[in-house]
Ligand binder design. Sequence first.
Ligand SMILES: [Zn+2]
Length: 506
Amino acid sequence: MVRKNQRQIGAPAILALLLALCCQAAAGDERKQLAFEVVDRNAEQMALISDSIFYLGELGMQELESTRLLQQTLEAAGFKVELGGAGMPTNLWAEWGSGRPKIAIVTEVDALPGGSQAPGEFERKPLLAGAPGHMEGHNIHGGVASMAAFAVKEVMARDHIAGTIAISFGPAEEQLASRPFLARAGYFKDVDAVIYLHIGPWLATGYGLQNYAAISSIFTFHGKTAHGAVNPWDGRDAVDAVELMDIGFDKLREHLRPSYRAHRTITNGGIQPNIIADTGQIWWFVRDASMPAAKETYDKLVKIAEGAALMTGTGWDVKYAASAWPQLGNKAIAEAIQRNIGLVGMPKWTDEDQRFARDFQKSAERPVVGLRTEPMALGSRAQSTSSNDNGDVSWIVPAGIFNFPSSVPGIEYHEWHAAITPVGPISHKGQVTGAKVLAASIIDLMTTPDALASARVEFLEESAKTPYFALLPPDVQPSIDLNRAEMEKYRGAMQKFYLNKSPRFN
Ligand SMILES: [Zn+2]
């Protein structure tokens, strides 16, 4: 009797639960449709933000005009914007909503030195010779991040969804120069999840270690000047120390893990041959697949500097320049992103887009494969050997990694070819796809407490395997003069390319 009653009560309860789940899914789908409509309606404004930032072409820590444009656009769209936090004038943090859950988009808008290039031209044709430019496509991160956040905001406002949507545009990603400072300033303390956004030739997400750890330090040796011919015995040559450090590290290379990377540039090699140099300087990057491994190599490098100073009777010091933990991609968030990648799909490339891509690949002497037509499968990417300072954030808060297809396969970043497409139709179509997947994924995280909870559980497990330690010395301040002289050299002459428009979302 009791059993029968239970069955009688049980069936409607299950039915109600199924209905609730079904309605929840339907509500989620409907919200995403609204977000997609907002993106489609504002696609031109998004492209205008990205194109404007392309022509501003600002180097890291000097993204003054770019962040001003983003600030004005986001404030007009109802966001609260803080510019200049953590001691960096071009650090932008924007928020809409209140309380938890709090989901942040993390990205950057800096350009690269010497990257000026007329878009759409296959020949090397700088807009302004020697000037900086977007030869990676960070300019489009500005449009996509703002667009996605606005679309999420529209959905949250209509449905009275509790929580906060935030965007972090960190300065100087190309020099790995800001995120450890953002972490130290506590920006991610009350954030439940972040999604890191980056241009790619593919539509993809991933989990586990995505890229490399890096430590960047500048070693300076201090000697004593003397006439190179008359009394060299009175001198102590700081450039000798630089050379010995270089040779010393080359001797070490054989004994390092195959996964390591180390590269250097001599930033002060003396003045002229007949003056024994009292100053010599060498700038090193050391990388590895994990931060403890990179740190182990770095500690050996420091001992080599000590030895080089001892051999030459010079003094020395080392200055922290930058560091980056490898990005730790969260699988639960990646799965949410992948579902939305499946929902949105690749952009509909036209024959003209494909023809342009193939002509471009041919002219750049790359495999002529055209544009990708399918998203990447989840978990199909190998750990890359490059680094990004947002890696630190992924050891503090669960992080999703998301690439959207706005560049041409085979065209590597950090060379001028990559500055040909960031403002063309391929980029613009990729941005629409990127903003939709990003908005839909944030809506999922914002409205599905279970998804955030499993992301947190996984994060605690995975991050405990390699306990995070900060590389940033406690007394170090951000290098806000970074790239200033270089930027000021060109900024005036670059102004004639500015679009001078005010993008507005509606
Ligand atoms: Zn980048």
